[in-house]
Design a protein around this ligand. Sequence first.
Ligand SMILES: [Fe+2]
Ligand SMILES: [Fe+2]
Length: 158
Amino acid sequence: MTSIYDAIKDDHDAHRKLLNKIAETTGDSKDRQDAWTEFFNDVKSHAAAEEETFYSKLMQETWGQDAARHSVSEHKELDDLMEELQTTDMSSPGWLAKFKTLKHDYEHHMEEEEEDVFKRAKEVIGKEHNDAFGKRFQERKNEEMGLIEKKRKDSLED
Ligand SMILES: [Fe+2]
Ligand SMILES: [Fe+2]
């Protein structure tokens, strides 16, 4: 079984690798497109699953509320930036500049979750529930991935 903390941390490590990989790519290359698409879909699903399983629980307790609100508002900012990148020409200098901002901000966000938010969450979620939360997080994330895939197929059919 995977605890909620390991499940989130594993995703973060994969996201860190993808950010570094994208930073090494150039222009409108296939490498950049592939790594970006993988990053985009995985981060979207990860954030949705975090909000619906992890942060919704933290929101219920005074001790977790501030941290949860702060993180969820960062999700919105990061999502806006990702949507902007999605519609910007990858070979333009603007794309790379925006990507660097996203990389910096998202790395900061993940670090904050692993340090500050995890510490608070451990006060709110009893140890005996760690695996159940981990499982719910994974299930929610998989559902979200399925929705993204469906949306992609629908848009191809249009
Ligand atoms: Fe997050
Ligand atoms: Fe996260």
